[in-house]
Design a protein around this ligand. Structure first.
Ligand code: HEM
Length: 522
C-alpha cells in the first residue's frame, strides 16, 4: 500500500468517526476461541440474533466483522470483490495449495481462473455424468454385496457409516474427473489415499486454529505431526507430478472449436487435466498445474461428501420426503442408471440437494480481509447507516446465518425442499420469485443470483466456486442411485449425530445408518 492509500484510509476513518468502533460487539466472544463448547458457527448465529446483521467479534486483541446480510455479502463478494483477499484462509491453505485458485495472489488468480473456469464446459459436465454414475454404481454394488452376505446369515439390513462411504465415493470421483486417476478408495486403501486423508486432516486442524503454529521455525522438521504432513504432501505431489508428465507426453494441442468436435462421451480421458494440458495458449509450468490440481482435489472432495451426508441425515428424519424422492426416481429412472438427461427430470431430488446445502453450507463461513478501507452498505436489518472498515479488517461472511436468517426464510430451520418453488415475498430477499425449474433451463438449481445473495452455497462474484455444477450433479446422481436401491434409517437418534467443523460441517463419530434393500429392486 502506498502513502497516498494510507493517507486516504486515515482520512476516511477519521471522517467516519472510526465507525467500526460503533459496531455492536459480541462480548461473550472474548473467551478462548479454541475452547468453544459448541462449533463457532452456532455461536455466530446466536450473536447474529442478538446484535444484528453486522457485528464485531472479539478474540482477545483480535477482532472479526461478522456479516449475515445478503446486501453486505453481495457488496464484499461481488461489487467490491477486489478490495478483499482471502486473509487467514490463504495463510492456512498456501502451504498445501501453493498458487492454486483459492489462496493465489490476484495476478496468478486472474490468469489461472481464465484458463480453468472454461474447463467446466457443458460437454465436460455431460461426460462427468457418466463418471459420477460409474463411481456411484461401484458404491451401490459394494453395499449390495454386504447386504447379500448379511442376508445369507439371516439378517436383512446392514449398518454403515455413510459419511465415510461418501468420502470414498467423492474422492474417487474427484480423482477421475480432475486428473483421470482412479483412487479406487471405495474398495481399497493405498498410500496415496492415506496421504490425501492425512493432508485433509491437517488442513482442517489448521483451519480451527487462529495461531499459525505451522510457521514456527523448524516445526515442520521437529514436530512429528508436521513431519507426517510433509511426507503426506510429498506422496500426493509425486503422484500428481507423474500424472502431469504423462498428460504432457500425450499432449494433443487444440483450441476451443476443435475441442467441441471431440467425442467427449467416448473419450478415454475427459479430465480437466487433459483440457488444461491440451488447450492452446493455456501453458502453465508443472508446479502451477500441480497447485491447480491439488486445490481442486481438496476443494471438491470433502465439500461434496458433506452435502451427501447431510442430505441423508435430513431425509432419514423425514421419511415422507424420502418416499417422495423415491417415487420420482422410480418414475424417471425405473431400474435404469442415471444420465445427464435424467438429472434434468429429477426436480425434487435437485431441490433436496440445495435444501441440504441451505441448512448445512460447506463451508459455513467465507473468509475475507480488506486490502483498503471500504464502506459496507447500510439499509439492512439492524443498521441503517452502514460501517466504514479500515484496511486489514478480517471479515467472516456467515453463510450459515444467511441461510437460516429469520428475516429471509420462512421456518428457517425446517427441511422443506419445496420452499424453493414457492413464490413468496417473504421467501429469500424481497422480490424473490421462487425457482421455476421448467422456466430456468440454464439454471437447474437455485443460486445466489436468483435469490439475490440470500442463498449462496457456492459463494458469489468473481471468486465463486468453479466446480458448482460438477458438485451439484455429482450429489444428485449419487443420491438418486442410493435411494433407488435402499431405504435408509439413522442408527441412533438425530441428536446423537454431533456436529464438528473444520473447513466443512461434519459429524463427530460418523453418520451411522441402517440400510435395507427396497422391495421390487433387483
Ligand atoms: C470455491 C463451495 C465443490 C473447486 C468455492 C467457494 C465455495 C465453494 C463456497 C467460494 C469460497 C470463497 O469465496 O471464499 C463448494 C461446495 C462444493 C464445492 C459446497 C460441493 C458441494 C467443488 C468442486 C470443485 C471446486 C467439485 C472442483 C472440481 C473450487 C475452487 C474454488 C472454489 C477451485 C476457488 C475459486 C476461486 O477462488 O476462483 N467452493 N465447492 N469446488 N471451489 Fe468449490
Amino acid at each position: 500500500m502506498n502513502l497516498l492509500d494510507n493517507a486516504r484510509n486515515l482520512l476516511t476513518n477519521f471522517l467516519s468517526g472510526g465507525k467500526i468502533g460503533s459496531m455492536p460487539t459480541a462480548e461473550g466472544a472474548v473467551s478462548d476461541p479454541f475452547g468453544q463448547p459448541q462449533p463457532l458457527f452456532f455461536s455466530l448465529y446466536d450473536w447474529f440474533l442478538e446484535h444484528g446483521s453486522v457485528y464485531k467479534l472479539a478474540f482477545g486483541p483480535k477482532a472479526f466483522v461478522v456479516v449475515s446480510d445478503p446486501i453486505v455479502a453481495r457488496h464484499v463478494l461481488r461489487e467490491n470483490a477486489f478490495s478483499y483477499d482471502k486473509g487467514v484462509l490463504a495463510d492456512i491453505l498456501e502451504p498445501i495449495m501453493g498458487k492454486g485458485l483459492i489462496p493465489a495472489d490476484l495476478e496468478t488468480w486472474k490468469q489461472r481462473r481464465r484458463v480453468i473456469a472454461p474447463g467446466f464446459h457443458a460437454l465436460y459436465l455431460e461426460a462427468m455424468a457418466k463418471v459420477f454414475t460409474d463411481c456411484s454404481e461401484r458404491t451401490m454394488l459394494k453395499f449390495e454385496k454386504l447386504l447379500e452376505e448379511e442376508c445369507s446369515k439371516g439378517g436383512g439390513t446392514i449398518e454403515l457409516d455413510l459419511e465415510a462411504e461418501f468420502s470414498n465415493l467423492a474422492l474417487d470421483i474427484i480423482g477421475l474427473g480432475v486428473f483421470n486417476y482412479d483412487f479406487g478408495s471405495v474398495t481399497k486403501e493405498s498410500p496415496v489415499i492415506k496421504a490425501v486423508y492425512g493432508t485433509l486432516f491437517e488442513a482442517e486442524h489448521r483451519s480451527t486454529f487462529y495461531i499459525p503454529y505451522w510457521k514456527i521455525p523448524l516445526a515442520k522438521w521437529l514436530v512429528p505431526r508436521q513431519r507426517k504432513f510433509q511426507s503426506d504432501l510429498k506422496v500426493i505431489n509425486d503422484c500428481l507430478d507423474g500424472l502431469i508428465i504423462n498428460a504432457k507426453e500425450t499432449r494433443e494441442e487444440t483450441d476451443v472449436e476443435k475441442l467441441q468436435q471431440r467425442d467427449y462421451l467416448n473419450l478415454k480421458d475427459a479430465s480437466l487435466l487433459r483440457f488444461l494440458v491440451d488447450m492452446r495458449g493455456a501453458d502453465a509450468d508443472d508446479r502451477q498445474l500441480r497447485d491447480d490440481l491439488m486445490t481442486m482435489l481438496i476443494a471438491g472432495h470433502e465439500t461434496t461428501a458433506s452435502v451427501l451426508t447431510w442430505a441423508v441425515f435430513l431425509l432419514a428424519q423425514h421419511p415422507s420426503k424420502m418416499k417422495k424422492a423415491q417415487a420420482e426416481i422410480d418414475l424417471v429412472l425405473g431400474q435404469e442408471r442415471t444420465t445427464f438427461e435424467s438429472v434434468k427430470k429429477l426436480v425434487y431430488l435437485r431441490l433436496i440437494v440445495v435444501e441440504s446445502l441451505r441448512l448445512y453450507p460447506q463451508p459455513p463461513l467465507l473468509i475475507r480481509r480488506s486490502l483498503r478501507s471500504d464502506c459496507l452498505p447500510g439499509g439492512y436489518k439492524g443498521d441503517k447507516n452502514g460501517y466504514v472498515i479500515p484496511p486489514g479488517t478480517d471479515i467472516f461472511i456467515s453463510v450459515y446465518n444467511l441461510h437460516r436468517s429469520p428475516y429471509y426464510w420462512d421456518k428457517p430451520d425446517e427441511f422443506e425442499p419445496e420452499r424453493f418453488l414457492e413464490q413468496k415475498e417473504s421467501q429469500g430477499i424481497e422480490g424473490w420469485a421462487g425457482f421455476d425449474p421448467s422456466r430456468s433451463p440454464g439454471a437447474l438449481y437455485p443460486n445466489e443470483v436468483i435469490s439475490d445473495f440470500a442463498f449462496l452455497p457456492f459463494g458469489g462474484g468473481p471468486r465463486k466456486c468453479v466446480g458448482d455444477q460438477f458438485a451439484l450433479m455429482e450429489s444428485t446422481i449419487a443420491l438418486a442411485m442410493l435411494l433407488q436401491k435402499f431405504d435408509i434409517e439413522l442408527q441412533g437418534s438425530p441428536d446423537s449425530v454431533e456436529l464438528v467443523t473444520g473447513a466443512t460441517i461434519h459429524t463427530k463419530n460418523g453418520l451411522w445408518c441402517r440400510l435395507k434393500k427396497r422391495p421390487n429392486v433387483h
